[in-house]
Design a protein around this ligand. Sequence first.
Ligand code: ADP
Ligand code: ZN
Length: 305
Amino acid sequence: MRIGAIEAGGTKFICGIGNENGDILDRISFPTERPEETLGRTIEYLKSQQVEAVGAGSFGPINLNKNSPKYGYITTTPKPGWADFDVLGTLKRHFNVPFGWDTDVNAAALGEATWGAAKGLDSCVYFTIGTGIGLGVYIEGRLVHGLMHPEGGHIGVRRHTSDSFEGICPYHQDCLEGMAAGPSIEARWRMKGQDLPEDHPAWTMEAYYIAQAIVNAILLLSPKKVILGGGVMKQSQLYPLIREQVQQLLNGYIHMAAVDSDIEQYIVPPALKENAGLCGALALGIRAFENKNMSNFKDKGLICS
Ligand code: ADP
Ligand code: ZN
């Protein structure tokens, strides 16, 4: 099986070819320019490969409503040329194969559930903490879309008692992303996260905000695994700080080994590491391929329901 995978990021696009085992057989990457150029390069690459399906995990917000005339569009984004652009339609016009389409973070959650940290589980949440904060939600074997798709980066957070930073989200100012994404760390401390020392007070504050998001996810969605990725999480000292804060915030309310004795296995980094996004897109492509074949069987009366 040869499945095309597209990790459509706001900064760079990564395209690759993978198989049903989650092996990435080939990959290329290029900066995200205007959509015509970037999608042109993507199409050119995929055309040079023999693909049986394609999966794309995209930056967003995106339209995931199959009944909408704007299904497959990126909706609102400050990135020049991309707002209200038909990404999926532009790609699909060039290929006669099934396409999977979802947010980059939902894709990452699916990839981790298929081959990574949540393998064998029917639920997980995936937070990415980078230039922005995104949340992918996989529950009872399905990626959550709903009204649009989860936007867990923009939830409200309680301010840390020693934090006077006003927050930088253009919509909500001091939401989670406004307080805890990479650019917020840089604006608060006037230094990039990667340049702050490991024992800097920035990291306890950061852990406090991320822990609140996790606690909300646990209370609302009851996921069986919490996966934290993105550039900021390269600060590996954050994991123990976050786990401790999650326990403090839950304050004994939930009596489960996952949040008591086994929290080290519950709140974890992506097992697919740098390939989390691309493997996620690959998993979307595989699901699209399987769904297409299932519907072919159904059309031929080989499966009832
Ligand atoms: P993007 O979100 O744009 O896809 P990343 O996930 O790499 O990309 O996130 C970039 C953000 O992460 C930047 O704000 C950067 O300062 C921050 N970052 C990258 N590496 C580190 C690091 N080692 N420690 C802390 N912050 C980091
Ligand atoms: Zn916000």
